[in-house]
Design a binder for this molecule. Structure first.
Ligand code: IVH
Length: 695
C-alpha cells in the first residue's frame, strides 16, 4: 500500500500529529455529513480513503493524541450530539480476571477462607459464557421498560432507551408476576455471521469496517438515529439483576429462572458446577468449542450459587469477590517488526514500542505492540527487521512474545536505548536498580506535561468535560495551560478562548462552566488526579480515608520523608500500602515543583474532606482506625476487614498512637502488647461482633 503523505512517520512530532489529526477528523466528519446525509460528496472516494488512511496512520503512532471526535470511534455519520446521562440505581460492576486453572482454584480457596468453610462443605458455582458485547441495564417499572442505559463508568451511563427498544430480545413488557421495580443487566451483542454481513455491507457502501463484533454492537447501539440501530440484528443476553424492589431468589440458578420467566434470553450454554474440577472441565470444553458458538466469547464467568454467601463476600474495589471471569488464552500471530520507537509517558518513562506490519490477531488489526523496557528487549533479543510472535489478550495492549531467529535478517543489529528523550531532547537516565529509562525534562517535556494534564482532567480524576486530549494539547501549545492550576485560571483568558478558530462564545462558556463545576473536589479524586507513581484509584481512596483532610495528608507526607519517622510508619501501616508505594508517594512530595503545584491548586480549589460511605455514618467505626490481631472464631480476617471498611473504618496493619481500636483474637501477639503500651482501646471478639451488629 502506498501512502502519499507530506511527512513520513518518524518526521512527525507529537504536536504536529495532534494538530493534523484534529484537522483530519474535522474534515472527515464534514465529508461524512455531505456523503451520508446530504448525498452530495465533494471529493472522490479515493480522496476520502486517503484522508482516513493518513488519519489512521497517525493514530496508530500517537493513539493517546487522538482527538475526541475520533472518526474511528464514530459510526457512519452519527450526529455529534451525545446521549443524555443516566445514574445507575445500583453500580454496574466489572469482574476480576483469572487466566490459569490455578487462578480458579485460588479463587475458590479465597472464598472458602473468607467464609471459613471447611473443605467438606460443597461450593456450587454457576458457569456461564462471557459474551464480548456491550453491557446494558434495563429498568422496568410496573413491568414496563422505562429506561435502558449503557454501563458508562459503572456509576453513570448513557441513556439508550429508544435504541434498546428496537432490539427484539428486549421485552417492552415483562411477563407477570413481577415486582414494581426491577433492573435487568445483560449484554447486547451481534453474532459473528451478522458482523461479517454488516461489514460487507459497509464496505460496499464505502464505509470503514468495524474491527470486531463487540465494536460493531457498541457502534450500532450508540446511534442517535434509532432507525440505524433497528436495522442491525442485535441480540440481548440477560445475566443479572440491578436494583429490584422484591425478589425471592436464593441462588444464581433462581435468578436465571426468574429472568427467563419474565421473557428474556439467557446466555447459554450455562452449567451449575459442584466443584472447581467441574468448572475447569466446562471451561476447557467451551474453549475448544467456542468457534462453534454463533457469537464471540472471551472467556467464561463463574458465580457462586448461594446469594447469602455472595452478600457476605461483597465487593472489592469494582468487582465482586464471589465471581470471576476465566479468560481464554490470548490469540497469537506472526508478523514483521519494522522498527522500535520510543514513547514517553506521563511520568517520563521511555517505553520502547514495536512498529509492526499490520496483522489480524483475535479479530483486531494490530500494528504496534509494547516492548516494555530495555531488559525485556535484551532478554528476548528483539531486533528491528525480525519476524516476531505477538499476542493480544482481551483489551490488553498487544505484546511481543518472541522472535523467530531462523528468519532474522543478516544485518539485524541489537537494539540500543537512546540516552536522550525523543520528545524534548533532555538527558535520559536509567537509575540504579530500575528497569526503566526516564526523561529528566520534567515539566519542560511536552510528553510529560501534556500526559499529566490529560490524566488530571480524566474521567476518574477531575472529569472535566470538554477538556480532552485535543484541547489540552492546543491550550498547552498556546501556553494558556502549563500547570494544573492554570486550568482554574482559564477564565481570565475568556476572550482569547472565544476568538480561537473553531471556538466562539458558546464553546468557551461551556468549557469554563465545566471547569467551574469541578472547583470543588473530593479528596480521593484529588489525590488520584496528581498522577503519583503507583497511586491509582484504590490507593488514592485508602490515603483519603486515612488522612481525611488535604492539609493533614500534605503535612504528613512531607514529614514522612524520613524513613523510620513516625509519619512514615503511619503511612506504611495503612493496609495495602507497602514501602515501595510509600516511597513513590513520599518522593512526589520531595520534589519542590510538586509542592508548588499542590499549593497553587489548594488556592484555586475546595478540596473536600473524605466522606465515608453513607452506610458507615451511623457506625461507631466510622472514620476510626482499627487493627486486628490473633485469629477470630466467627469470621476470617478478610471478612472482618471488609466488614470494618464497609462501616467506614480504616484497617491498619500495625498499632500506632493513632489506632482507635485493636480487636484481640486468639493467640494475639505483640500487637496486643503495643495496644496496652499506647493505651489503645482493646476489643474482644464478642465486643467486635456487638459493634458490627452480629453478636
Ligand atoms: S456478571 C457483578 N456475567 O463482562 C457482576 N458479566 O468483565 C457483573 N459479561 O461488565 C457481571 N458476560 O459486561 C456477568 N455472564 C456474564 C457476562 C458478563 C459478559 C460482561 C459484563 C461485565 C464484564 C466484566
Amino acid at each position: 500500500m502506498t501512502r502519499k503523505s507530506a511527512k513520513s512517520k518518524s518526521e512527525t512530532t507529537p504536536i504536529e500529529a495532534a494538530a493534523e489529526m484534529a484537522a483530519l477528523a474535522k474534515s472527515i466528519a464534514h465529508h461524512d455529513l455531505l456523503y451520508h446525509q446530504k448525498d452530495a460528496p465533494e471529493i472522490s472516494d479515493a480522496e476520502y480513503d486517503e484522508l482516513r488512511r493518513r488519519y489512521l496512520m497517525l493514530r496508530d503512532q500517537f493513539p493517546h493524541l487522538a482527538p475526541q471526535n475520533d472518526p474511528e470511534q464514530r459510526v457512519g455519520a452519527a450526529p455529534a450530539a451525545g446521549f443524555s446521562k443516566v445514574r445507575h440505581a445500583a453500580p454496574m460492576l466489572s469482574l476480576s480476571n483469572g487466566f490459569t486453572d490455578e487462578d480458579i482454584t485460588d479463587f475458590a480457596d479465597r472464598i472458602r477462607r473468607f467464609l471459613q468453610l471447611s473443605p467438606t462443605v460443597g461450593l456450587e458455582f454457576m458457569a456461564e459464557p462471557k459474551i464480548d458485547g456491550l453491557s446494558a441495564s434495563l429498568r422496568y417499572e410496573d413491568g414496563k421498560l422505562v429506561q435502558a442505559a449503557t454501563r458508562g463508568d459503572g456509576t453513570v451511563g448513557e441513556n439508550i432507551t429508544a435504541n434498546a427498544k428496537t432490539i427484539k430480545s428486549i421485552p417492552h413488557q415483562l411477563v407477570k408476576p413481577y415486582p414494581s421495580i426491577v433492573e435487568i443487566r445483560g449484554e447486547i451483542y451481534l453474532t459473528r455471521d451478522d458482523f461479517i454481513k454488516l461489514n460487507a455491507q459497509r464496505e460496499r457502501a464505502g464505509e470503514p469496517p468495524f474491527a470486531n463484533p463487540r465494536n460493531a454492537a457498541a457502534g450500532s447501539v450508540r446511534q442517535l438515529d434509532q432507525a440505524i440501530t433497528a436495522s442491525r440484528p442485535l441480540g440481548f443476553f440477560a445475566y443479572a439483576f440491578g436494583e429490584i424492589s422484591k425478589d425471592n431468589c436464593k441462588t444464581q440458578v433462581d435468578i436465571r429462572q426468574q429472568i427467563k420467566r419474565w421473557g428474556f434470553t439467557l446466555n447459554e450454554p450455562a452449567k451449575l458446577c459442584e466443584n472447581t474440577e467441574n468448572l475447569l472441565a466446562y471451561y476447557h470444553k467451551l474453549a475448544a468449542e467456542r468457534h462453534k458458538l454463533p457469537f464471540d466469547i472471551d472467556g467464561v464467568v463463574y458465580k457462586l450459587n448461594r446469594l447469602d454467601w455472595q452478600e457476605r463476600l461483597g465487593f472489592i474495589s469494582r468487582a465482586p469477590r464471589w465471581a470471576i471471569a476465566h479468560k481464554f488464552a490470548a490469540e497469537q500471530a506472526e508478523t514483521k517488526l519494522h522498527k522500535i520507537n520510543i514513547q514517553v509517558g506521563r511520568t517520563g518513562t521511555l517505553t520502547p514500542v514495536a512498529e509492526l506490519e499490520p496483522v489480524t490477531v483475535g479479530g483486531v488489526v494490530v500494528s504496534r505492540a509494547t516492548l516494555h523496557n530495555e531488559d525485556e528487549i535484551e532478554r528476548k533479543d528483539i531486533r528491528a527487521g525480525d519476524v516476531v510472535l505477538i499476542q493480544r489478550a482481551g483489551d490488553v495492549i498487544p505484546q511481543v512474545i518472541g522472535v523467530d531467529l531462523k528468519q532474522r535478517p543478516k544485518n539485524a543489529r541489537p537494539f540500543k536505548m537512546p540516552n536522550h528523550c525523543p520528545e524534548c531532547g533532555s538527558l535520559a537516565v536509567r537509575e540504579e536498580g530500575m528497569v526503566a529509562w526516564r526523561c529528566t525534562g520534567g515539566l519542560i517535556c511536552p510528553a510529560q506535561a501534556i500526559e499529566r494534564l490529560r490524566h488530571f482532567t480524566s474521567r476518574l480524576a477531575f472529569n472535566i468535560e470538554g477538556l480532552g486530549d485535543q484541547r489540552i494539547q492546543e491550550l498547552w501549545q498556546d501556553k494558556l495551560i502549563k500547570t494544573p492550576g492554570d486550568i482554574f485560571r482559564l477564565h481570565r483568558h475568556r476572550k482569547a478562548l472565544e476568538t480561537r478558530e473553531g471556538w466562539g462564545e458558546k464553546s468557551a462558556t461551556k468549557l469554563l462552566d465545566a471547569i467551574e463545576a469541578r472547583r470543588t473536589i473530593p479528596l480521593d479524586r484529588f489525590i488520584y488526579a496528581l498522577g503519583i507513581l503507583q497511586v491509582g484509584e484504590a490507593t488514592a481512596k485508602l490515603l483519603a480515608r486515612h488522612y481525611l483532610k488535604f492539609s493533614h495528608w500534605r503535612s504528613a507526607m512531607v514529614a514522612a520523608l524520613k524513613e523510620g519517622s513516625e509519619n512514615w510508619q503511619d503511612l506504611i501501616s495503612i493496609g495495602q500500602i507497602g514501602p515501595l508505594v510509600a516511597r513513590d508517594i513520599v518522593d512526589f512530595f520531595a520534589e519542590k515543583h510538586n509542592l508548588q503545584v499542590l499549593d497553587d491548586l489548594d488556592d484555586e480549589l475546595t478540596i473536600q474532606n473524605y466522606e465515608p460511605p453513607a452506610a458507615g455514618n451511623k457506625s461507631p467505626l466510622n472514620g476510626k482506625t482499627i487493627v486486628f490481631t490473633g485469629s477470630l472464631t466467627a469470621m476470617s480476617r478478610p471478612e472482618a476487614k471488609a466488614k470494618a471498611e464497609s462501616l467506614g473504618a480504616n484497617v491498619a496493619g500495625s498499632v500506632s498512637k493513632k489506632t482507635d481500636f485493636v480487636v484481640i483474637g486468639e493467640d494475639a501477639g505483640s500487637k496486643a502488647a503495643k495496644a496496652k503500651e499506647f493505651g489503645v482501646r482493646e476489643l474482644s471478639e464478642a465486643e467486635w461482633l456487638k459493634i458490627i451488629g452480629e453478636e
